[in-house]
Design a protein around this ligand. Structure first.
Ligand SMILES: Cc1cc2nc3c(=O)[nH]c(=O)nc-3n(C[C@H](O)[C@H](O)[C@H](O)COP(=O)(O)OP(=O)(O)OC[C@H]3O[C@@H](n4cnc5c(N)ncnc54)[C@H](O)[C@@H]3O)c2cc1C
Length: 453
């Protein structure tokens, strides 16, 4: 009899696990209350990057004189933008559904919960269905954190889910939160021409990133006229007919037309009946997992944001794949545990930012000896051809062996270029392996090769 796997939540974690497990021979049932693709496709990665791409086209159109073209202002059409976001989402969700169906995954549209160690219940429009499972995966994701001092109305005070695009274009947007999500929204709306104020609770935007990388972004935000309220924590949001006022703990008040909350997320682990199967949940609501993504109950796994690891779509999908392999008992030499330290990540701002592996600050903090090489983008002819020479590539390697330990890229296409360093870090390649790759010319990758010298 095939292994019966039941998955609750069809985001990147759940749908990737479903596809792989079915491909490996499991009988898979996926319970999803909304759309497969998950919040990642409906609210997070896809709509935000779609709008950022439009913002990028708008900001590029403002500086096309540098390319030898005459200038004409681009005008944002909110309805066309909304349609574009929806069309892309529908297309991608259709692709995922087709893939799941082609692998024989049974899709149930409904709300799932755990009823017992081997039972999942799906609450559907047609009634309650009980499904028996040998293995259960909880991949229910997370939702935006809403503080008790703010009451998003979806019109003037927005969560990230209400901004694709909002019903009216903000004239002056106050973004609360300067992590990855916050700065992406700052970039998006300032590219559209809105004035933006960013509330930064620390002294640096992107507090968890390399200070040099964060400084490059801060410089660009200031150049664009974004106002930074550094060292300030928002405490209240008040809405009047013409103004949204955000008061901070240091007495400053930011006034604008709209406010957007980007202060993190909370896991969707409530109401799932996890206690019925003895699954532990930590104080913040995450399901702790081991290196196989198993909860404290061996045949019940967690993937994605609800697992409390790196909240990235790419990580959720990798966890889903590894879980499928583990459920199916695949322990080949090819099966490696996920090394979260080696996950690449990107921030889709201007300049674009991407990094992977060890960070300089981390190496200094632990006293680890490293070799750091840095090359400006302008060293590559392609950066000049693109009329976009700002940015740099930084590579961290082991001084004794030359093995690449990490790196950061700031500048156009950084999110694409980081894949070279991600491969190097994952496969323990040396800087000399990068130098000896005969790259195409003229390309931005040449800056990578120079930084590896
Ligand atoms: C604005 C924003 C932009 C982002 N951009 C990026 C990016 O560019 N790149 C990146 O890698 N990451 C990005 N992220 C993070 C990424 O979206 C998440 O890490 C990712 O969605 C996590 O995937 P997941 O599988 O855990 O869950 P989700 O994508 O959240 O999917 C969970 C699914 O479970 C379903 N569900 C929940 N409870 C139940 C239930 N009881 N029964 C049935 N179904 C249920 C939900 O409907 C949902 O479809 C972004 C996040 C935000 C907020």
């Amino acid at each position: 009899m095939p292994v019966r796997m039941v998955i609750i939540g069809g985001g990147p974690g759940g749908n990737t696990a479903a596809t792989y497990a079915a491909r490996l021979g499991a009988e898979v049932t996926l319970v999803e209350r909304d759309v497969v693709g998950g919040a990642a496709h409906l609210w997070d990665c896809i709509p935000s990057k779609t709008m950022i791409a439009t913002g990028g086209a708008m900001s590029f159109s403002k500086r096309i004189e540098g390319m030898g073209l005459s200038h004409q202002d681009a005008i944002l059409d909110l309805d066309a933008q909304r349609k574009r976001v929806q069309e892309i989402e529908t297309h991608i969700n259709g692709q995922i559904t087709t893939l799941l169906q082609s692998q024989g995954v049974r899709l149930i549209r409904g709300t799932g919960r755990v009823k017992g160690p081997h039972e999942v219940v799906a609450d559907t429009d047609d009634g309650i269905e009980e499904i028996v499972a040998d293995a259960i995966l909880v991949s229910t994701g997370s939702r935006p954190r809403i503080p008790d001092w703010a009451d998003p109305d979806g019109e003037r005070v927005l969560t990230t889910r209400q901004a694709y695009p909002p019903s009216t274009m903000p004239e002056h947007l106050i973004v609360i939160g300067s992590g990855v999500t916050g700065v992406e929204f700052v970039h998006m709306f300032s590219s559209f021409g809105a004035k933006v104020t960013l509330i930064v609770s620390r002294q640096q935007v992107l507090p968890s990133k390399d200070p040099e990388v964060a400084a490059a972004l801060e410089d660009e935000l200031l150049r664009r006229g974004v106002k930074l309220f550094k060292g300030a924590r928002a405490e209240s949001v008040e809405v009047s007919s013409s103004i949204v006022a955000v008061s901070c703990d240091d007495g400053r008040v930011a006034r604008g037309s709209h406010a957007l909350l980007a202060i993190g997320s909370i896991p969707n682990s409530d109401g799932l009946g996890l206690e019925a199967a003895g699954v532990e949940v930590d104080a913040a609501g995450y399901i702790p997992i081991n290196h196989h993504c198993q909860s404290n109950v061996g045949h019940i796994y967690a993937a994605g944001d609800v697992s409390g690891k790196l909240p990235l779509s790419s990580v959720a999908a990798m966890q889903g794949r590894k879980i499928a392999e583990h459920v199916m008992g695949i322990h080949t030499r090819e099966h490696r545990h996920i090394d979260y330290e080696k996950a690449a990540s990107a921030i889709f701002t201007e300049p674009e930012i991407a990094d992977v592996g060890l960070a300089e600050a981390e190496a200094f903090a632990t006293g680890r000896k490293i070799r750091v090489t840095k090359v400006p983008y302008a060293a590559a002819a392609k950066a000049l051809i693109n009329d976009d020479p700002g940015g740099f590539v930084k590579i961290l390697s082991d001084p004794a062996t030359g093995v690449v330990l990490g790196g950061s890229i700031v500048g156009r296409h950084a999110a694409e270029l980081i894949s070279v360093l991600a491969l190097a870090v994952t496969a323990n390649l040396k800087v000399s392996d990068i130098v000896e790759s005969c790259l195409a010319h003229p390309t931005l990758s040449e800056a990578l090769a120079d930084a590896a010298e």
